[in-house]
Each structure stands twice: as C-alpha cells, then as structure tokens.
Design a protein around this ligand. Sequence first.
Ligand code: OOG
Ligand code: MG
Length: 261
Amino acid sequence: MTDTDTDADARVAELALRLDAAQTACADTPSIEGEGPLDVDTAYAVQDELVRLRTARGERIVGVKLGFTSKAKMAQMGVSDVIVGRLTDAMAVPDGGATDLARYIHPKVEPEVAYRLGADVDLDDPEADIVAAVDAIAPALEIIDSRYRDFRFTYADVVADNTSASGFAVGEWVPVRAAADLAVTLRVGDERVDGSTAAILGDPEQALHALLDMCRRRRIPLKAGYVVLAGAATAALPLGEAEARCTVDGLGSVSLKGVRQ
Ligand code: OOG
Ligand code: MG
C-alpha cells in the first residue's frame, strides 16, 4: 500500500465517523464538498464504511434504496443522476406505527413503491434477471433525514451520507404486478401531494434495472428477502407529529407518524 492509499483510507474512515456521529447525536454537519472536492468513488467508499459502522453495532442490512429516480426529486434537491443506499433493520417502522422524532435532525417523508426480492441476484451473471427475482410489491414511505446542515448537499455528499436513508415503512405485500402509471398520493397532516408511479423513471420496474446496474458498479449485494425502495414519486414533505400516508392506486396504502416522547 502506498502512502496515498493510506491517506485516502484515513479520509474515508474520518468522513464515515463524522456522518455516523451526526446521525447518532442528531446534530447536523456541514457539506463535505463545501470544504473540498469529494469524488463519487470515494463517496461510495464512505457509505460502505458508514454502513459497516452500523452493522458493527448489530444492525442488519434488510434492503437497498434508489434515490433521484424522479424529476421532482432531482429538481427539489438540485442533482441529476440516480443514487443507491442501504436500509437496515433499525430504520424499519411498522405500517401504522410511530417513530420517535428525537431520532432525526429534520426528517421528511416520501411516497414510494417497494419491491421484495425473492431470490439473490448474482451481480456477476450478465444474464441476471432482477425483475424475475422480485416476488412482491407494496406501497411504501421513506423517511429521509440528511445529516447535512439545512438538507443541503452535493451529489457526492448525499452518496456518502447513505442517500439520507433513515427510516421506511412498507404496506401490505401483494403479488408483483405492473405498476407503470398508478396514481400516488402523499398526505402529511393537512398537506397533500399528488403524483404517479410514472414519475419513477417512467415505470418503477425501470428502477429495478437501474438498481442492478448501480449495484454491479458499486458491488452492493442484492439478497433474497431484501426490500427495494424504487425512489420517491413526488417531492418530499416534512415529517412531524401528524400522520403521513402514502396511497398507491391498486396497491393500497401505508402510514406512519412521528411522536415526541
Ligand atoms: C436524498 C434521497 C432521495 C429519493 O427517493 O429520491 C431519495 C435526499 O433527497 O435527501 O430517497
Ligand atoms: Mg427515497
């Protein structure tokens, strides 16, 4: 190993510790790229290390998520390419359940479609069929909570921060069905946003192909039982103590609410 490799590893470890501390202490941190450039490969290395810190504390990886699969989200956050992050069991909120707002810095919720993998997907098999590996579909809510100050970040920043992943709830799983243009509604208290699953790369199934491509490039395993969040169909809304509910026509609905204990 050269000194440059050692320096690069030390930077990755330091950035992961900084983001991990921001998450565990619920204290925001400035944009990394505000201080100097961060390339996307390094950003994914930071995400790997961040996830390793969580699994070292006993958390289990239970899925993966895509971000920025819709134009509404890209426009809301000012970025222009999909990103992939990891979900752990500590992020799961039961459908209809409550999540303690003290766990978050400035949480928002997004309406999503979730797929469940019924089989491992072999990243090294060029013929691998991720659509065939999916065995169920459900409406979902994602809670995003950027660890960055004011929710402001660059593309590499948000990749390093595990794509703002911090919570998710999945509605009832139903057998996989076409979900190309289903009406989607997100309600949070009195606020409401309407959209369509067509906003997710034209068809959420396309998100599965984008996911496989990203996971091959980034060597992120896709395992049987994983929940896959295909990405938000609309812009996100702030999460508070009111109920948040996502309804996807033909799939049903899922809800959660924030509580202050
Ligand atoms: C990044 C996560 C984006 C989605 O569904 O597009 C995302 C963020 O906006 O903080 O999860
Ligand atoms: Mg999302």
